[in-house]
Design a binder for this molecule. Structure first.
Ligand code: UDP
Ligand code: MG
Length: 337
């Protein structure tokens, strides 16, 4: 597993911010996070660190991130060797955190820092382990996307012991033991929404209204969403395989009934059945269903293959740590000694 597993972490909070082409809004976000951190320190005595994980941005994101001022908080900037995806960025944050509690937060300003204080209160005062947020309304999303989400969660939660809450976002707080539990999971393919519910412990849902994106554009297109959904489904549910089996049984039963009827018609009633159309329909239906089922099985096999290869989930190209009480500028040799 990761090199940082088993590292002793300090009492405090690491805010993990995945950033992909977020150059335009990063400085503003950082300013708000620094203010949040100083409130946490003054009001709760909570030590805070911010980790920016640059997921192979093609703009100036990393250059900006590594030069953000460490005003009263420790700041880590980590860059990937290429774009590995948000889930990998969250994992890297989890691995590199130097504090024991974790707050995942998007880098586009859609997750309000004020709400973060509420999440932290639920963890510190009420001892919840996983405090997750869920979009209160999805009205402003396109109808197709909402429908897609409904179907997705229906299949995902089909007959499972630990349901994955619908619409839960990645804005979430993990207590030290929840963060540790997540680090112990051995799989390469991460689907944090699912995993952080799967680990159990005391969980609580906080509904919220995401702010509109201030800068840039959402990098999720239909293909990426579809990819993440297949990822989530194959990681958490055997429902597609079961649905495939049920479909097979239903089709065979229909074929049997239909066949009996044809026999009855020919032998007892003595009527010839016009063959061509019925045969064509049967071949097409059965052929189609077989391909579909093969495809579903293929997804699971691909999953097994990718877990088997045991490739790392990401590669770090560059990383920089600036500690608030050592230097306020990028680590310079004179300041360090
Ligand atoms: N992100 C990332 N890697 C990617 C795509 C997105 O790290 O390949 C980050 C992005 O910078 C942002 C967060 O993930 O901080 C959420 O992305 P986005 O706003 O595009 O998604 P949405 O809010 O529309 O779900
Ligand atoms: Mg966003």
């Amino acid at each position: 597993m990761s090199a940082n597993q088993g590292t002793k972490r300090a009492e405090g909070l690491t805010i993990v911010v995945p950033v992909f082409n977020e150059a335009a809004g990063l400085a503003v976000l950082h300013h708000k996070l620094v203010a949040l951190a100083s409130r946490l320190r003054d009001q709760r005595g909570l030590a805070t660190e911010i980790v920016y994980v640059d997921d192979g941005s093609r703009d100036e994101t990393f250059a900006i991130a590594r030069n953000l001022p460490a005003e009263g908080v420790d700041v880590q900037a980590i860059s990937f060797s290429r774009n590995f995806g948000k889930e990998a960025a969250l994992l890297a944050g989890l691995d590199h955190a130097r504090m024991n509690a974790i707050l995942f937060m998007d880098g586009d300003g859609q997750h309000p820092p004020e709400l973060a204080e509420k999440l932290i209160a639920l963890w510190q005062d009420e001892h919840y382990d996983v405090v997750y947020t869920a979009k209160a309304h999805r009205e402003n999303e396109p109808a197709t996307r909402r429908l897609f989400a409904r179907v997705f969660y229906r299949v995902l939660n089909f007959n499972v012991r630990q349901e994955i809450p619908e619409d839960a976002g990645d804005f979430r707080l993990l207590s030290p033991r929840a963060a540790d539990a997540l680090r112990q999971l051995p799989e390469r393919n991460r689907f944090f929404k699912g995993l952080s519910s799967w680990i159990g412990f005391k969980q609580i849902r906080v509904p919220y209204e995401p702010a509109p994106r201030a800068y840039g554009a959402s990098s999720w297109n239909l293909r990426a969403l579809l990819g993440l959904s297949i990822e989530g489904l194959t990681a958490f549910s055997a429902a597609p395989l079961r649905i495939a089996s049920i479909l097979g049984v239903l089709l065979s039963a229909t074929a049997f009934l239909f066949g009996s009827w044809i026999l009855f018609e020919t032998i007892v009633l003595g009527r010839g059945v016009p063959g061509y159309p019925s045969v064509m329909v049967a071949i097409m239906v059965i052929g189609g269903v077989q391909l579909l089922v093969l495809g579903v099985m293929g997804e699971y096999i691909a999953k097994i293959l990718s877990e088997l290869k045991r490739r790392p989930s990401y590669f770090v190209a560059e990383s920089e740590l600036r500690e608030a009480n050592k230097a306020s500028k990028p680590v310079s040799r004179e300041a360090a000694e």
